[in-house]
Write a protein that binds this ligand. Sequence first.
Ligand code: PLP
Length: 432
Amino acid sequence: MTERRLRPETLALHAGWRADPATGAVAPPIYQTTSYQFRDADHAANLFALRELGNIYTRLGNPTTDILEQRIAALEGGAAALAVASGQAASAFAVQNLARAGDNIVSGTDLYGGTWNLFANTLRDMGIEVRFVDPADPQAFANASDERTRAWYVETLPNPKLIVCPIGDIAALGRPMGIPLIVDNTAAPLIARPFDHGAAIVVYSTTKYIGGHGTSIGGMIVEGGNFDWSAFPQRQPLLNTPDPSYHGTIWSEAAKPLGPIAYVLRARTVLLRDLGAALSPFNAFQILQGLETLPLRIVRHCENAVKVASFLQARSDVLSVIHPSLQTGQQAERAAAVLTGGFGGLLGFELAGGADAGRRFIDALELFYHVANIGDARSLAIHPASTTHSQLCAEEQTATGVSPGYIRLSIGLEHIDDILNDLEQALDKAAA
Ligand code: PLP
């Protein structure tokens, strides 16, 4: 099948798989195996020397996981993808695949808390400096860069602020400098297409919308195939100088017969081999099951969230509602340019009654789950000031967009009337 011409609804069901060559099974089998029998000694040697691609050991690759990788690469319009054990592993590998001790990256400040910690502490302890800038200011990325800057990093739709990142403007500034833009598109799969805006790498926590069922942690790194690593040998030494861990392989050269996949090739053969954050085949299967319906689900998430936003706007006990559909000026222009498939399922609002009302509201919810997650098929709610952001002081909470009465919602797939009824009764109880 010529997959590039197929639409997302079709790719989500068909890309990367037709039927099991051994049994004819239509559903992707769970290849729950650690290792694979080599045909003969030459076959084994060829696989290890990368003269031939194939299965060696499930830490490096697995047939079930391969289907998921191919399917997400096809949906994203990328050249190749690498599945990893979690979204956190995807973010870490995405940076470590370009930067080593003494190097730096520049990142937008508006990040998932786990990514912030990884960048501000763990990568720093490994000798990789992360310089934080306001993602709304593309020029700030260039200003913060020097000759040791290996990548820029942003989130498409970061919560809780939900201010859409100007991916195209940032990517365009970095490209002539040889600096690729890595985009965490976890909150906006299918509705934003970062490669169309010049991003070089997309990362996902597949734990969220892509799985959708809330059963399985996973991550994905997708290479756009649109960034010429070999054109910037000084800027990107990890892909352009001999790798002593692989007999002096130069990854940009080694990838040439395979396609524009040098970045994913190195991430798999070096980082996955050495750091070992492989996705289990069972989780790959689960995530594939969810992915099959993502194109349908994401539309409903977006539709329901817009309806919730207008419902909340009409309430006198709600001071403000944060959703990309309600933004104005430059923020609205950027949201419309990047979120071409809908404004997403995340939403925030500020209760007039402050922190006490926030806690009362959360306790009164009956349908919404009170969890620290997003992107589930079910509707979810959290009061960040008393949970995810409770370790921050008041000024830090404000800087990250969390005020005392702020509530974050991840709007699910339930009937909109049931969602609104639950919000209404909880708001009434919080105000009483
Ligand atoms: N990126 C974003 C935007 C997230 O929201 C999360 C998790 O909440 C992650 C990355 C990390 O993903 P995981 O929990 O799968 O490690």
